[in-house]
Design a binder for this molecule. Structure first.
Ligand SMILES: Nc1ncnc2c1ncn2[C@@H]1O[C@H](COP(=O)(O)OP(=O)(O)O)[C@@H](O)[C@H]1O
Ligand SMILES: [Mg+2]
Length: 141
């Protein structure tokens, strides 16, 4: 069965660094945003960004890849459930970094833009629930 490896972590938790080390094709909505409109985030473009991400994942599997990494936050059940699909199984790759670590890294990168986003996503974070989410769960360190 084909596997969609989904990173789970706040901004600056190390998702992209980990994804690049996994030796698999990567689908990253941040990259789609830059390719589509050249900005970090434009609300009106988000439906197109996510539609493109879904088709990129499906097309990479269709082209013959057995593993694809989806490099995005995936920090809520709703976000994770959007990727349930008969054509692949989901595997979660959980970033161990705490909110405080993510904030430290954002500060080290002089990236004030991301700080309120880290706070908001940390407040909304929904950890994995074995009873209600039917998937394998893996921790990446
Ligand atoms: N395991 C790690 N230990 C220390 N720093 C890390 C680690 N993983 C990533 N970083 C650093 O943290 C910052 C954010 O990493 P990145 O992979 O871009 O996170 P994300 O994709 O989750 O926003 C970068 O400066 C990166 O070099
Ligand atoms: Mg990233």
């Amino acid at each position: 069965m084909k596997k969609l490896w989904m990173t789970v972590g706040l901004p600056r938790s190390g998702k992209t660094t980990s994804a690049r080390g996994m030796n698999m094709p990567i689908v990253n909505p941040d990259s789609i945003r830059l390719a589509l409109h050249g900005q970090r985030f434009i609300e009106e473009s988000e439906p197109m960004v996510w539609a493109m991400a879904k088709y990129m994942v499906a097309a990479l599997f269709e082209a013959g890849h057995d593993d694809v990494v989806l490099d995005t936050t995936n920090t809520t059940v709703k976000r994770r459930d959007e990727w349930i699909d008969k054509r692949w199984v989901r595997k979660m790759v959980v970033m161990p970094a705490t909110k405080e670590t993510c904030i430290e890294r954002a500060n080290a990168l002089d990236d004030a833009y991301i700080l309120p986003i880290i706070e908001k996503m940390a407040a909304q974070f929904e950890p994995y629930d074995w009873a209600n989410e039917d998937m394998e769960w893996e921790r990446h360190i």
